[in-house]
Design a protein around this ligand. Sequence first.
Ligand code: AGP
Length: 575
Amino acid sequence: MCGIVGIASHKEFPSRFLLERLKRMEYRGYDSYGFYDSHELKKFVGNIVIAGDGATRTGIAHTRWATHGGVTERNAHPHVSCDGRVIIVHNGIIENFEEIKKKLVRKGHRFTSETDSEVIAHFFEEGLKSKPIQAIIPEFIRTFAGTFAVLIMVEGSDEIYAVKRDSPLVLGVMNGMNMVASDIYGFSDLTNKAAFFENDEFAVISKDGYRFFDRRGKPVDKPLWKFVWEQVSSQKKAFKHYMLKEILEEPETVERMLFSLDHDQKAGFDKLIRLIRNSKKIIFASCGTSYHASLLGAYFLHRVGVETQALIASEFRHFANIDRDTLIIALSQSGETMDVIDALKYAHERRGRIAGVVNVPYSTIQRMSELSLNILAGQEVCVASTKAFVNQAALLLRIAQEFGFHVNLANLADRIRSLLRKREEIRRIAEKVAASRDVYVIGRGLTYPVAREIALKIKEISYIHAEGMMGGELKHGTIALIEDGTPVISLINNNDPDIISNTKEVEARGAKAIIITNNPTLARRPDAISIRTDNDGKFGILAAIAGQLIAYYAADKLGRPIDKPRNLAKSVTVK
Ligand code: AGP
């Protein structure tokens, strides 16, 4: 996943403005970046540093998450043609780049990077020898296989050519300026007017306006949408990291989302409930943290008799039987996860019905869904998903409530607030986790997905090996790895005898048990985090938040680059 931005403006703007816009999409990719502003092309390895005073009226920029070729200045975008006249940025994967590259090399083109993207610049350079750029784009769409959102500039022109297939791209329209970006975060603070690209459409964007075309180059009448976007500050301000800022926002964001389900999103919510009632089968499709929220949702619904399955989207086609009575609920923070999009295409071909639950409005998944709810968590800048998980899980709990799950959601935000007040206590426990090489997290029933989620956060942010598993599975092998002092985080809901017995099993082998519990007696033990609720639905959500804090503080103790894990810190300027 990468982020791209292009700006065409009546008034001159400094190139730092281009980078400010790019910074808003840094969560999409953050190992290297670069820009072209009609005068100069610059590439850097590392974090986006907002600098540069060059003035321009047109420019394109790219923030990269390496797929083809290592993290180097050469592989960073923009890429240019041999004659330096065609400059491109690309998000996606060109599947047949090797084949196209061979043909271009035979024609004398010289490649300087290891990327799949560079071939685009040479392809357009070759085409421009005999035709205008607008005639080459339909040929590009026919020739190139894979996924792409591409922005192209030609030296001497103040137009940006934008083309898309299966990678997100949206145009923001404002006074005297048109901006194209991977998602509306690129400009959602400047305008609420946007036009969305469909697959194999392209647009010519200039300071004066924009024109859309279909795959054959026939003009398309493009509607302009007015979007509603919940403004949550994306500024880190006093917080050491975005991750902490976003965890601390959870009470407000969950309150806002629950309120909205009973008010402005009520019609959509009621429709989703009807869809669930009328479907023979419910299948969640999601990845990573969103999958863990889905698994929790499947548990909630299963408890109230709604047969539900949660599938990891990349495996969806291997495990899902879809027909017109199947409802697929796609859960995704970004709304752009390719594995989920592929699963939805598969479901769509088999006439399954699709509901989306996303955080980014107007995202691809939202637009692929016949019905979509927004979790309203606001922008998640940190790569680790935290407040989005809480809102996803709370939304699914609210759905289960409609089917008879007993829970009082009115005090969920307050319960989260009181847990967040214990963060110094949690920090001390997390520092013990930071001293370990391996951590195990065990749960049963509804705490199993939470165990998986806590382990994912620990791995992603602190780089400590962590495994989240069902307590019952320990004795079938993993227990062999428990040694003196190995931390085992045990999620104990009320008096659950099975997980209490699993905790004793690991302690008998020397494990250092860290207990997250709502059981008042167990909460008095050393290294216990006490959760105030006797409702198991809320316990699942609150235990996950305690885990987010453990992961955060362990990573902080270890000095990890929390907001952008595994990032390269060094910034290098090249010509
Ligand atoms: C979570 O911390 C991760 N960054 C990752 O697992 C993420 O949840 C996953 O890639 C799915 O993303 P989505 O919710 O945007 O679809």
